[in-house]
Design a protein around this ligand. Structure first.
Ligand code: PLP
Length: 326
């Protein structure tokens, strides 16, 4: 892989501002919630940016809508295609419907039922594939070429990254400067976008990505300086089962992020229970990564102003119950 030789034009904070304008009156400005219990537990002032309350239940609406808004008339007529473990699929399907663009979505056979159903419900055509046997990106590219569709990947795209950055922009706009910002990490769209907003709006804020312990490719990549590929990790954080960072996301992350931390499934469950019990929030396991990292990764948060992005709330209620019962 000659990834280091490819010259990429990374998105900038100006792109985040432009995305925020496109999203105005389409995306929700999600609430920033506080919790006395969380503050006491960390000895800090914690600000939760609740993207679990975003349209379709996750921040991914932001990146998808921004990317589709930039389609030419010809692209919009032909349609969009993507591959996703769920939330990006719903985000593309909903955004496409709002913009009148046909959407085709490749989803893994074992994607959570609620996510596949919701994607079809938004009018997307779903094509199922076996993620342990088939290369989803190659398959998507093949179908895209055959049908003349534009591929919008889940994270490694400048317009997707810029859109995802609008969540942290809203957080800083609302609460001012922060000392720390903890962000769930899969392929890095949310983290890279958040880091760009942090650099612009709160330059001293230390931004950390938090990924599942079972798949710490982001941490390995960050610390080694080259994108590390891993097998699909086995974790309850189904929104972060990515095998590698992207070239754009890694470019921004290595420039603007402090470090990458990990959280175990047990720590995610503990955070999920906390959100349900104390804050009355339904948060999917992946959405708990930031807070789990704040609680367990050993950062010196005492006395600090800490932002935590709650990235999504899409979890089958039966599964939610099963996970919490143990
Ligand atoms: C996709 C997703 C993530 C990871 O986002 P990336 O941009 O791939 O890093 C985190 N949480 C939820 C809920 C997601 O849907």
């Amino acid at each position: 892989m000659n990834e280091s030789l490819t010259v990429l034009t990374l998105p900038t904070y100006q792109d985040v501002i432009a995305a925020a304008l496109r999203l105005e009156s389409h995306a929700h400005r999600t609430p920033v919630l506080r919790s006395r219990t969380a503050d006491e537990r960390l000895g800090a002032s914690v600000f939760f940016k609740c993207e679990s309350l975003q349209r379709m239940g996750a921040f991914k609406f932001r990146g998808a809508f921004n990317a589709l808004s930039k389609f030419s008339a010809a692209q919009a007529k032909a349609g969009v295609i993507t591959f996703s473990s769920g939330n990006h699929a719903q985000a593309i399907a909903l955004s496409a419907r709002l913009l009148g663009i046909p959407a085709t979505i490749l989803m893994p056979l074992d994607a959570p039922q609620a996510k596949a159903d919701a994607t079809r419900g938004y009018g997307g055509e779903v094509i199922l594939f076996d993620r342990f046997k088939q290369d989803r990106e190659a398959l998507t590219r093949e179908i895209a070429q055959q049908r003349g569709l534009t591929l919008i990947p889940p994270y490694d795209h400048p317009d997707v990254i810029a859109g995802q950055g609008t969540a942290a922009k809203e957080l800083f706009d609302e609460v001012g400067a922060l000392d720390y910002l903890l962000v769930p990490l899969g392929g890095g769209g949310l983290l890279s976008g958040s880091a760009m907003s942090a650099r612009a709006l709160s330059p001293l804020c230390k931004v950390y990505g938090v990924e599942p312990q079972a798949g710490n490719d982001g941490q390995q990549s960050f610390r080694s300086g080259a994108i590390v590929h891993i097998e699909t990790p086995v974790t309850i954080a189904d929104g972060a089962q990515t095998q590698h960072l992207g070239q754009y996301t890694f470019g921004v992350i290595r420039r603007d992020v402090q470090d990458v931390l990990t959280a175990s499934d047990a720590q995610l469950l503990e955070a999920m229970r906390f959100f349900a019990e104390r804050m009355k929030l339904v948060v999917e396991p992946t959405g708990c990564l930031g807070f789990a990292g704040a609680c367990h990764a050993g950062l010196p948060l005492a006395g600090k102003r800490v932002g935590v992005i709650i990235s999504g709330g899409n979890v089958d209620l039966c599964r939610f119950g099963e996970l919490l019962v143990k």
